[in-house]
Unconditional design. Structure first.
Length: 180
């Protein structure tokens, strides 16, 4: 990591968004059973997302696959959102497309891999939960383009709420010793 540059802590993950969508709780009159749409088709896309809770910022791409090519595109996108003159520490899980030596990590990013099988350490998991509960569940998408549009629209809504990104994503233990 370069000395003397401000450090930004970023978190990254990807979520499958598609026709096999989850159903979430909803309010209903006692004794009734509310109707919720369910789809039996399997088309989906992947929302690659990263957040910087301290800045309330994020970077995302909706892509057809979760693979090395997609991860490279996402790293390049995150790099463009790191504050000019700063360096990003990017925390991410150990998916194969994250750990491959085929990635060309941008110079303003240093990846740090979280322990295996520990999604509770990554606040982006909570971002996906928030987005599904508020904008993506209980829906049927007619086409692949509808899936893409819904994922993009949900991400834009999230980015328009920097305080929500900070609230969901801040992990004090990750910022100990970091000067403001």
């Amino acid at each position: 990591m370069p000395k003397g540059k401000p450090i930004e802590i970023w978190w990254q993950d990807e979520a499958r968004i598609g026709q096999k969508n989850g159903i979430v709780r909803q309010w209903a009159r006692r004794g009734t059973r509310p109707r919720q749409p369910a789809d039996q088709r399997y088309e989906s896309a992947y929302l690659f997302g990263a957040i910087c809770p301290a800045r309330g910022a994020g970077a995302a791409l909706v892509l057809p696959y979760a693979d090395t090519w997609a991860m490279q595109q996402h790293l390049d996108e995150i790099s463009r959102h790191v504050k000019r003159g700063a360096h990003a520490v990017l925390l991410l899980d150990r998916a194969g497309w994250h750990t491959t030596d085929k990635l060309k990590v941008p110079r303003n990013i240093s990846p740090i891999f979280l322990p295996s099988r520990s999604p509770e350490l990554n606040p982006v998991e909570n971002v996906w939960q928030f987005m599904r509960q508020n904008w993506l569940s209980n829906r049927v998408f007619d086409t692949y383009n509808d899936i893409i549009d819904a994922a993009c629209q949900a991400w834009r809504k999230l980015i328009a709420q920097p305080d929500t990104i900070t609230s969901i994503g801040m992990r004090q233990w990750a910022h100990i010793g970091q000067s403001k």
